[in-house]
Design a protein around this ligand. Structure first.
Ligand code: CP
Ligand code: NVA
Length: 309
């Protein structure tokens, strides 16, 4: 069975730790391994906009000796003109892996079911698991062990980042708190899945509506845009309904004094986060953005090895 990476809990706790270890090694010695030498091609497909994901996959695939093929859906036969599984059947004979940023998680599942090469979720409406590998790597670099740390995500609790924090954080044995209005709560099944993982890893997952309570004593504070891609029509409502979850200096002061701040970017300063926080001394967002490169390279190396075995 081909291993894919469609959601954070596709990795066991041991596998997640193994990939993070490898990412640290690849960060120390960037060109140490070239499993894509040939060069072999990796298709990187975008149904939605991207800066970091496009950059880090293109650079990472090249670092690994391969050749990235960046495809924009609008200029391809995907997006209603051809099914994901037919596309995958064509691609698998020519590429080593398929990376896809899309809307519905079901499209990724269809793509993965239809192919023998690994499929990687580069963000869907439900999850952003590559970002989480980078975020966990960044937290590990700055705070050491992940297990036992308390991480609070504030804002749109139903967005891909919040849901990935639940699954990936629980896998890492962290105490994940999500603070959002009730209408912006994460999907119940995702919460249940994360809770089941946390029971085994010693972590926990807790939903809050009160941002002050959620952030009290946190080691890591995280937010994301209030208007994810695909939600643009709800912008006005979201800006007013999520206002009390803005991460500003007063809110950060309730976390541990040495707490760190993360944001996957792009950020709307003055909305989900105050400029003083994201550009302040507790913010580690530039390490986080760089770590997309190292984490995704490790993921690619690991998946190629697993699928060759
Ligand atoms: N964080 C992130 O995925 O950024 P992009 O949308 O620029 O790829
Ligand atoms: N939640 C955001 C993440 C962007 C990287 C979105 O989906 O637009």
């Amino acid at each position: 069975m081909t291993r894919h990476f469609l959601r954070d809990d596709d990795l066991t706790p041991a596998e997640q730790a193994e990939i993070l270890d490898l990412a640290l090694e690849l960060k120390r010695d960037r060109f140490q391994t070239q499993p894509l030498a040939g060069p072999q091609t990796v298709a990187v497909i975008f149904d939605k906009s991207s800066t970091r994901t496009r950059l880090s996959f293109a650079v990472g695939i090249a670092d690994l000796g391969g050749s990235p093929l960046i495809i924009t859906t609008a200029n391809s036969q995907l997006g209603g003109k051809e099914t994901a599984s037919d596309t995958a059947r064509v691609m698998e004979r020519q590429v080593a892996a398929i990376v896809w940023r899309t809307y519905a998680q079901s499209g990724l599942e269809e793509m993965a079911n239809g192919t023998t090469v690994p499929v990687i979720n580069a963000l869907s409406d439900d999850f952003h698991p590559c970002q989480l590998l980078a975020d966990l790597l960044t937290i590990r670099e700055h705070r050491g062990e992940l297990a036992g740390l308390t991480l609070t995500f504030l804002g749109d609790g139903a967005c891909n980042m919040a849901q990935s924090y639940l699954l990936a954080g629980a896998t890492a044995g962290m105490h994940v708190r999500i603070a959002s209005p009730a209408e912006y709560s994460p999907n119940g099944q995702v919460v249940a899945d994360a809770d089941a993982i946390a029971t085994k890893t010693g972590g926990s997952v807790t939903l809050y509506t009160d941002p002050l309570e959620a952030v009290a004593g946190a080691d890591v504070v995280v937010t994301d845009t209030w208007v994810s891609m695909g939600k643009e029509e709800e912008k006005a409502a979201r800006l007013s309904e999520l206002g009390q979850y803005r991460v500003d200096e007063d809110l950060m002061a309730l976390a541990k004094p040495d707490a760190h701040f993360l944001h996957c970017l792009p950020a709307d300063r003055g909305f989900e986060v105050a400029a003083e926080v994201i550009d302040g001394p507790q913010s580690i967002i530039w390490d986080e953005a760089e770590n997309r490169l190292h984490a995704q390279k490790a993921l690619l190396v690991w998946l190629l090895q697993k699928n060759a075995a």
